[in-house]
Design a protein around this ligand. Structure first.
Ligand code: SF4
Length: 326
């Protein structure tokens, strides 16, 4: 047992009673102590050399009615993204086969919708079945879902649904006004009730305070069941969006966020997500040391650039790390 703030914590146990003070105390630890604890927890649940690789394909790009301030796909902003229709199933499955050949074990399909219409969901269900038939894990991010829609996705074989909380409840209104934090929690509840694994995290570097990062991580860590995947995204500042300018996050603040996520959600995959293209290999290495054990691979992440497979392979070779097998 170790003392953290006013509480005692058993490193590595899965708990749902985290308080903001506990999480704030973790963020305030000296970095060597924080990384040591994160590493200790990581090794209790995972092989620290292994990194799970997912590939994300935008199956329906742009023209989204939501106003997420970081997103070039929002129809509210002029960010140079051309809206497209939902891709054909054969084209999606060709991309899934290519991702599998490049080492991906999970194939994620993202659509820029507020929520899917029934006929759109029909098409996505066919895609999910096709991805599963290849032997890949399937993941989708389609916006808000009703309970019935979540259950249809489960029946189609969906393994994971991504729906991020983005930030703290307090800062959320500065970033999105077209749906509420509670809407997001409701969708997460429907997905969980349907028996689909949850991929849920947030974005740092949007001008939030340290307390907002504390609030976001505490919200995630106090969900009734921890998300199986926790993506931690670093804001990519895209011209034309409201968050195109502004101070950039200190890389060590990203590292701390990942380490705290690892400690409070010890059995979850923590994914180093958007923003890797602009990160040095050294920053990424520190994120892996802090307990990140999942990445998105592929040259595009929805509409923004992502490191090419070759760069990731060189990085893994330099670090002695290996892709997690499926
Ligand atoms: S993040 Fe998703 S919901 Fe928000 S504007 Fe972009 S595509 Fe739409």
């Amino acid at each position: 047992m170790r003392e953290i703030g006013n509480t005692t914590e058993t490193l590595g146990s899965v708990r749902h009673d985290w308080r903001r003070d506990d999480v704030r105390a973790l963020f305030a630890l000296p970095l060597p102590e924080l990384i040591f604890r994160a590493q200790t927890v990581h090794r209790l649940h995972f092989d620290p050399r292994e990194v799970q690789i997912s590939t994300l394909l935008s199956i329906k790009t742009g023209g989204c009615p939501e106003d997420c301030a970081y997103c070039p796909q929002s129809a509210h902003y002029e960010a140079g993204v051309t809206a497209s229709k939902l891709m054909r199933t054969d084209a999606v499955l060709a991309q899934a086969r290519a991702a599998q050949a490049a080492g991906a074990t999970r194939f994620c399909m993202g659509a820029a919708w507020r929520s899917p219409k029934d006929r759109e969901l029909d098409a996505v269900c066919v895609m999910i079945k096709g991805v599963k038939a290849l032997g890949l894990e399937s993941c989708a991010t389609l916006g808000m879902l009703t309970a019935g829609q979540a259950s249809r996705l489960k029946t189609a074989g969906l393994d994971y649904y991504n729906h991020n909380l983005d930030t703290s409840p307090e800062f959320y209104g500065e970033i999105i006004t077209t749906r509420t934090y509670q809407d997001r929690l409701d969708t997460l509840g429907h997905v969980r009730d349907a028996g689909i694994n949850i991929c849920c995290g947030g974005i740092v570097g949007m001008g939030e305070t340290l307390d907002d990062r504390v609030g976001m991580i505490t919200t995630l860590a106090t969900l009734p069941v921890h998300p199986e995947s926790v993506p931690i995204n670093l804001l990519v500042q895209v011209a034309g969006t409201p968050l195109a300018t502004g101070p950039r996050l200190e890389p060590l603040d990203l590292v701390r966020t990942i380490a705290v996520a690892r400690i409070v959600m010890p059995a979850s995959m923590v994914r180093l997500s958007a923003g890797r293209q602009e990160m040095s290999d050294e920053t990424q290495a520190l994120c892996f040391l802090a307990g990140a054990n999942s990445i998105f691979s592929g040259e595009k992440l929805l509409t923004t650039a992502n490191p090419a497979h070759e760069r990731d392979k060189r990085l893994f070779d330099r670090l002695g790390m290996v892709p997690m097998s499926g």
